[in-house]
Design a protein around this ligand. Sequence first.
Ligand code: P6P
Length: 321
Amino acid sequence: MVKKTKSELIKWDSASPDGELAEIFNSLAAGANQVADLVMHASLSNLMGLTGEINTGGDIVHKLDIASHNIFLDVLKTTGCVNVIGCEESDELIVLDCPKGKKQKYTICMDPIDGSSNIDVAITVGSIFGIWQSPTDDTGDTTSFLRPGDEQVAAVYFIYGSSIVMIIATQNSVNGFTLNPLTKQFMHTHRNIQLPEKGKYYSVNEGNFSTWDQNYQNYVTLLRSKLSARYVGSLVADFHRNLLKGGVFLYPGDVKNKQGKLRLMYEANPLAFIITQAGGSASDGERSILEIQPQNVHQRTPLIIGNTDLVKGFKKTEVKA
Ligand code: P6P
């Protein structure tokens, strides 16, 4: 197989983005090729299981979390236009040098492998990226980093499942690309993705039902009567199915964790950007995810995301105080 240059890794059928943003997409595609190999062969390369460490958010760190973090960090460094990275696996922001030649610098929020606990049982996992333009005077401090999700200019995720798919959302459209494992190229297979008008599925861990407040219990009881249940327990897998087939995913807050389990900056924000570009909505139960002013890099948020009528349906079942 002839080794492809980075610029050939994503085969757009239509007009493709150019400049530094294209450079970032191509670099992420190069990184995902490497991560996909690790995911598919983890058990053969001693990459299953835990490192014995706990990350800043209190999550158990898997070997693949660290390996994929390092891969995406390395490929993003080669772009020369990413100057700040916030990552689930890094307590602090990562500040990179950018050579003078680049017109625009970018800030990236990433979850290099979401759902890594599923790897050991061969269940689909994903990588999630939110992309912001860096302020011109960006010093890489937290204040310039903590901006609402509606200031993102793009978002990307990869799903490592029965096929490996890259989803790219810009301010114009959402497109999907399926990896050809022979050529290592992502082929344009999903053009201008829009959510189906009617949602088919609801996706939530109903094992937590008794820990939710009355509003969430009423909402899920209503969803049960209208939709089919699907829950993989891997955010990107549950999100991707709903993006293509229509539906709603939720991870509520509960009595133990009022803010739920998922992270705002590198899980909820990128997916909220994508679903909004595809005609859907994302809420924390009170307001749009994209409007939330972040307070810290690793903060959690309740998440309801999918078809707008289903997301808005939560408020309709709300128990009036
Ligand atoms: P639960 C995976 O660990 C993850 O972070 C998300 O990918 C997924 O949506 C969620 O946790 C599943 O959590 O509590 O239902 O197992």
